[in-house]
Every structure is written in C-alpha cells, then in structure tokens.
Design a protein around this ligand. Structure first.
Ligand code: ZN
Ligand code: MN
Length: 455
C-alpha cells in the first residue's frame, strides 16, 4: 500500500515544474575597497582594523569608485556573453541594518554594467557592481560588528529563472566559479563567503489547461555547493506540499525571503514581502555616471584569458586527449597550465612521450601538482616508459621485422601450431633487448597474424 501512495504522489508531482533563478554575489580581490583606499582583503584580519570614514559611512565622506573593480565586472560580463551598455551609474539602495552604517548600500539599479548574457543554456539577466556590508558577529548576549568587510567590491550576477533542478543549479555555479577563477578576479570560495548564492524558487503547476505558480521564495544563508542543492530540494518539496495543502498562488510582484538553516536542513520564513520600491532606489549623487567607448570595451575583451570550455576543446583537438580527461585537466587553471607546460617541455626532448600520454598520466595517477614540476613529471613518465614498455612505433617495427624473417613460424602458427606464437614473442623480445610487455606483444602479434591471414 505504501508503494502505491508513493506512486500516486509521483504522478501528481510530474505536473509541478520547479522554476529556479540564481542571484550570486562575488567579492572581487582588488587591492583596495570599492569606494576608498582601505585594503579589500579582509578575511581573518583583526576586527575593525581596515576602515576609514568612507567605509564606516561617516557624514561628509566621499566615495571614489575603484576603476579595477569596474573593469573586472565588465570583463566578467563579457566572459558571460553579456552586452555592455555605453552608460552605467551607481544608485543608492536604502534600507536599515546594523551592518550598513550609511543606511544605504551603493549599488546599481536600472543601468547595470552588463546585461543579457548566457552561460550554457542559462540566461544572464545582469551583472552589476556594489559594495559589501560589514559583518555581524554574534557572541553571548550581544552582537558585535566588524567593518573590515564594509565597502569591499561585490559583483552581483542575476540569472534568468531558466534552471529547473537543484543539480542544474549546482552545475551552473561550479561552471561560473571556474570562469571567475580563470579570470583571476576572485577566489570565489563559498566557505569563505567570497561567493554567495541566493536561489529564487517557485513551482509552475499545470491544472488541466490552466497554469498557476506557487509564491516566489528567495533563499538566503547558503555557504556551499552542497547546501545550494539541499536548500533547493527542500524548498521545492516544501512548496509542493504547501500548495497541496493550501492551494495558495503567487501574488504579482510578491516575494518572500526564507533562510536556510544548516543544522535542521530546512528553510525558515524570514520576511513576508519585498519589492524594489521598498528600497527607494535613487541615483548616487556623489558619483558621476560612467561612460564607456566601444574601444574601451574591446580593449577589455582582448584581456580575457582563454576560458575553460574553449581550452578543453583545444586540448582535445591539439593534444589528442580524451573528452573525459580534457574536462579534468581544465578543472582549474593551475592544472591546465601545468599540463601545457609539460607539453611544451616535452617538445624540446629528442624522444618525447605523446601529449595524450602526458594528459593520461596527470589524470590517472592523480598527480599532486603542488609536489612536482612539469619537468619532473616528464622524467617520471620517461623513466617508467624506458623500464617496462616501448613506444608503440618501435614495438610495431620490431614485430614487423620479426614476422618478415620468420616465415616458417608464421606458417606453422597459421596451421594451428600454437607454440609458434611463443617463439615469435621471444624473437620480438630479443630484438627489443627485453623491453616491452610480453602480454602486449602477444596481443599485437595475434592481431598482425590475423590481419595477414585476411590479406
Ligand atoms: Zn575605507
Ligand atoms: Mn546585491
């Protein structure tokens, strides 16, 4: 009976389609903060040691935008296939919270730095730049504030609600993280809060020829890829059950905020309503609008490194590595660079190992790149090859010549005399001075003899 109930529920679940959008904040690793000269590297620093009147929000302090942060955000936009409008500006997003001393965050509202991009099949709505807030530290009976993080450049990426599963969301984020790291504009470490993700989730429900939607929920406080997946899975199931129970549909423009509780593995209602109008956005009067010439943007485009997906395709094409190994080699830029350094070092050798073999070695042996160099890696590959095996062309040459001068053994083998094969293996090993794997030689001989027979 239990099984039947499960089946019924699954059939009904098929009419519910999760709709997921992602809002991602990434701290940029510029030297200084977004609007002042304080160091932006705040992680693990003694509290409130990297502050000034600007990032403390003291009256009269004037913000000056960080050029590097603006350029890097445009580059991220270009890497995500976005358009870069010729004009952009900063706006004030007004709200009260203890970690925001000015009472507003300098952000971007209707003229973000980048718009309308795509990563894979997921639309990128916008990429904009803003400042991070301070950090609340909860201790016994009190909450302390550390302003070292206040004013750190924060890039926000908003996707279209194009994702339909938690797995897809996780994959998208890992892909995005890799691109950001290739660009070298952030370490994008989720555990350190350098990359934060807020999924927006609701369900599309087909009722006959009618389509309705469950209330939109934004999930906050997620600090790892694993939890992104778990939080979305929980929220999808929760909305499914809530709709079954109440039938409550989404109201236009309404969004609830829910917090992910890591210990309990659930999302908890934090705020009932949130609309853009609540923030009373208006243009930041202390910073003039920004204008970009086509030439400036094309110069930034030229600075883009080769991105992971393109690099993987090149590895397959140029070096003959398998699709699977290429995907592993480009996992991080350091590994991909290591592989290419080993390849270019190999080119200088008189008898280099194959480029595919170098790739195989790095992947299969799980080489610890921190403990070796491309040069030592090649030495290891060559030492191993010299001791036990020959390269294929040498082996084939030995086999061909042995078959050529031992026609009697070939005829004997073809007439069913098995021991003739072992004789031939012995002859090949004599020619290679004992190098080569007898099992492999036997297989290659059988193959040659078989092909011979067919001719
Ligand atoms: Zn400062
Ligand atoms: Mn934001």
């Amino acid at each position: 009976m239990m099984r039947q109930i499960g089946q019924i529920s699954q059939i009904r679940r098929a009419n519910y389609q999760p709709i997921i959008g992602l809002e991602i904040h990434i701290e940029l690793k510029t030297k200084s903060k977004m609007f002042c000269g304080c160091p932006a590297d705040h992680f693990g620093k003694p509290p409130n040691t990297q502050t000034c009147p600007v990032c403390l929000g003291l009256p009269g302090a004037l913000p000056v935008p960080n050029r590097k942060a603006v350029e890097w955000t445009i580059m991220a936009g270009l890497a995500l296939g976005c358009q870069i409008p010729g004009e952009s500006k900063f706006d004030r997003k007004n709200y009260f919270y203890p970690d925001l001393p000015k009472g507003y965050q300098i952000s971007q509202y209707d003229q973000p730095l980048a718009i309308s991009g795509k990563l894979g099949n997921i639309g990128i709505c916008r990429v904009h730049l803003e400042e991070d807030t301070g950090k609340l530290v909860h201790v016994e009976k009190a909450t302390l504030i550390d302003f070292n993080r206040s004013g750190v450049p924060l890039m926000e990426i908003v996707t279209e609600p194009d994702l339909t599963s938690s797995d897809e969301a996780k994959e998208f984020l890992q892909n995005l993280q890799r691109i950001i790291k290739y660009l070298g504009i952030s370490e994008a470490d989720m555990e350190k809060g350098q990359m934060r993700c807020e999924p927006t989730v609701n369900l599309e429900i087909k009722k006959g020829n009618l389509t309705v939607y469950t209330p939109l929920a934004e999930i906050k406080n997620i600090n790892s890829f694993r939890f992104v997946k778990r939080a979305i899975d929980f929220e999808v199931q929760r909305q499914f059950e809530e709709f079954e129970r109440t039938g409550i549909e989404k109201q236009a423009g309404n969004k609830v905020t829910r917090g992910w509780n890591e210990q309990k593995g659930i999302t908890i209602l934090q705020r009932e309503k949130e609309e853009a109008a609540d923030y009373r956005y208006f243009p930041e009067p202390d910073i003039p609008p920004m204008r970009f010439e086509r030439k400036n943007i094309e110069d930034l485009r030229k600075k883009l490194p080769e991105l992971p997906e393109k690099r993987a395709r090149r590895f397959i094409r140029e070096y003959g590595v398998s699709e699977y190994n290429a995907a592993i080699l480009i996992e991080n830029k350091g590994k991909a660079d290591f592989f290419e350094e080993a390849v270019s070092y190999a080119r200088e050798l008189e008898k280099p190992p194959g480029t595919k073999a170098i790739g195989d070695w790095i992947v299969n042996k799980r080489v610890d790149l921190a403990k070796t160099s491309p040069e030592n890696l090649l030495k290891a590959i060559l030492a191993k090859a010299g001791a036990a095996t020959l390269d294929d062309s040498e082996l084939i040459a030995a086999i061909t010549s042995v078959l050529g001068i031992n026609q009697k053994a070939v005829i004997d083998y073809n007439n069913g005399k098995e021991p003739a094969l072992m004789f031939l293996v012995g002859q090949v090993l004599r020619r290679t001075k004992g190098k080569g794997d007898p099992g492999q030689i036997r297989l290659l001989l059988e193959k040659e003899l078989h092909d011979d027979k067919k001719r």
